[in-house]
Design a protein around this ligand. Structure first.
Ligand SMILES: [Zn+2]
Length: 147
């Protein structure tokens, strides 16, 4: 967990047990979790942890640019490591990361062509909704190792 501590230190955040455990859990493959998911998975490891503490820490980590929040229609917010532009394949509650830097460049170019340089893009959020076809292996390009 040394590198997680270093990340927190670089953002001037205290390496509390709650933050260390939250970031460790979010480092797992398919690391998109709601506050409730995280609370349920960590409450036995860290007695005294409350859902409110989880929410507060997730918000602190998001404000510091360590985490990103994914808000989908009609779903609870999920959190993941902030690791730049990528799109999500959304099947119900499950998010699968898909990286394609060419796509994001094309989107940026398209916007520049349509409206000129008067709009500064800070972040592109693309969610593609659908369902996995039966007996198909879904393409996954996961970066499970964030640290
Ligand atoms: Zn993601």
């Amino acid at each position: 967990m040394d590198s997680i501590k270093e990340i927190l230190q670089s953002k001037k955040l205290k390496a509390s047990s709650a933050r260390l455990l939250l970031l460790k859990k979010l480092s797992e493959p398919q690391g998109h979790y709601s506050a409730e998911d995280l609370f349920q998975s960590l409450k036995d490891t860290l007695p005294g942890l409350s859902l409110a503490t989880v929410y507060k820490n997730l918000e602190d980590l998001r404000s510091a640019g360590i985490l990103r929040m994914v808000a989908l229609p009609d779903q609870v917010r999920q959190y993941e490591w902030e690791r730049g532009d990528h799109l999500h394949l959304v099947e119900g509650k499950l998010l699968t990361d898909l990286e394609d830097s060419d796509l994001f460049e094309e989107i940026k170019n398209l916007i520049a062509q349509k409206i000129g340089s008067g709009f500064e893009i800070e972040n592109i959020d693309v969610q593609v909704f659908g369902r996995k076809k039966p007996n198909q292996v879904i393409y996954q390009q996961l970066k499970s190792k964030h640290i």
